[in-house]
Design a protein around this ligand. Structure first.
Ligand code: ZN
Length: 467
């Protein structure tokens, strides 16, 4: 890795709080905590993992929290630096046709992801469309997404997968590219796809690509990925220099920059130094505007999965408060509830979700969960994204809220998948995780394509959607 980065030793830690309010109060410290992986172990014992310096550990302990140091991360940093590809393995035309042998040597860089997408389109121009996104990153990078659409069916749903919106969550891009290559190869070769114990038949892979539009935007935050892979492994945000507001503290948390209760401040920070800094306004960042562009432009997108790590979770809406299915007036659209949202388990406010929508997203999430489990037995939890820690301005809530804000938008069911058990697993473990998540992605695509009817080995479950 670059020289500038690692003078300060960081530690993987677990902080214990006695109550939800104490967990929330940690916000004041602007720490790098993984709130979505917080767990309640007992009535008076909640734990949240994070990455802290010596100085931060001292401050938190002085405030009365218990901090357990899990490991010194210096060694992890050195190891992962060796697992990033040093050359662009996909730079040459048709480099992607050697994907299987080349990808095993390590994590993809931002440049490689771009090359892979361009390669895929040039190899399969008849059914792969390269989409150049309109907004260049702060470091002037051009991003692409891809649409895969085979066959002649004109009435089809789109599914959008996004990866690596958080810089250090490298593997999201590797998952997305692997899934694309596997599905396209299977289609070309009239074969199936196998991920451990999970199998998709040749008929099923064909059904998927001939009956849905598959959109993949594998690397939403290329500046961030590059910075994380070369300067500071634990970098989370983009590389907005924040010149006007905080020039010594660059970066906006892209997953707090979407237009969903952005003003509320729930689970976000207005301090540029914070890892969850929400930016100067909703969609102030080119990277989030690129995601919005895809939804605005490709109006048949009906499902969305934002791939993050970590926690082994499949999360569904909402993230700002507990769900309720009774009172439709308790809605993010209703300013009468400003200030009442974002408090868990109270009677003042719960975010409304129609029960049929909630049942639908949970059912689909369970299908993905079962597919992950079939690969090698990993047990991902399906839960509402609010968890123990409410958030606002995240991608999944923005995407699902679009049809409620504007009735001409299609309803898009949205998920966040949190893969694995750490931000940057060893690449050998990442290779297993790629299979886990590709199985879930395949299952979602298959269900939406109506392909569950094809060789349905699970009689009685029927097809929920796409019919
Ligand atoms: Zn993330």
């Amino acid at each position: 890795m670059g020289k500038g980065g690692f003078k300060i030793t960081t530690y993987s830690v677990q902080i214990t709080a006695k109550a939800l309010e104490e967990l929330r109060a940690l916000e004041e410290f602007d720490l790098d905590l993984k709130y979505r992986a917080a767990q309640q172990l007992a009535a008076d014992r909640l734990i949240v993992p994070g990455i802290l310096t010596d100085e931060q550990i001292k401050r938190v302990e002085e405030a009365g929290y218990t901090v357990k140091v899990i490991s010194d991360l210096s060694k992890v940093v050195a190891e992962r630096a060796d697992e990033v590809s040093k050359v662009n393995r996909f730079a040459e035309v048709r480099g992607i046709s050697k994907f299987e042998e080349r990808a095993v040597s390590g994590y993809m860089t931002a440049d490689e992801v771009e090359s892979a997408l361009i390669d895929l389109q040039s190899l399969h121009p008849d059914f792969v469309t390269l989409i150049e996104l309109p907004h260049r990153s702060w470091e002037d990078r051009i991003s692409h997404a891809i649409r895969v659409r085979a066959g002649t069916n004109t009435d089809r749903d789109g599914i959008l997968f996004t990866g690596s919106i958080h810089a250090r969550e490298w593997g999201g891009s590797d998952i997305c590219i692997t899934f694309l290559v596997n599905l396209i190869d299977a289609y070309i070769n009239c074969s199936g796809m196998t991920y451990g114990g999970k199998n998709f038949t040749a008929t099923q892979t064909r059904t998927i690509l001939e009956n849905i539009d598959l959109f993949v935007f594998p690397d939403v935050n290329p500046d961030g990925k590059n910075y994380s892979q070369t300067q500071d492994l634990w970098w989370r945000k983009n590389r907005n220099p924040n010149t006007a507001v905080g020039p010594s503290t660059p970066g906006v948390d892209l997953n707090r920059n979407f237009d969903f209760l952005w003003d509320s401040g729930i689970g976000t920070s207005s301090n540029p130094a914070s890892p969850i800094y929400k930016g100067e306004s909703a969609f102030s960042e080119p990277e989030t505007r690129n995601v919005r562009y895809l939804l605005d432009t490709y109006r048949n997108i009906s499902y969305f999965v934002d791939i993050h790590c970590y926690g082994e979770l499949i999360l569904y809406n909402w993230g700002d408060d507990n769900n309720q299915t009774i009172d439709s007036r308790q809605s993010f659209l209703n300013p009468a509830y400003n200030g009442k949202r974002g408090v868990l388990n109270d009677t003042l406010y719960g975010e409304f979700i129609p029960s049929q929508d909630q049942n639908m997203v949970i059912d689909l999430a369970r299908r993905m969960q079962e597919s992950v489990s079939a690969v090698r037995g990993k047990n991902y939890m399906v839960q509402q994204s609010v968890g123990l820690y409410p958030t606002s301005a995240t991608s999944d809530d923005y995407v699902f809220s679009r049809h409620l804000v504007n009735g001409s938008n299609r309803k898009v069911y949205a998920y966040t998948i949190e893969f694995g058990q750490e931000f940057v697993p060893s690449f050998s473990e990442m290779s297993n995780i790629i299979k886990d998540i590709c199985a879930a992605m395949g299952e979602l695509c298959l269900t939406v394509s109506g392909g569950e009817d094809v060789q349905d080995d699970r009689a009685g479950r029927g097809v929920m959607i796409g019919t």
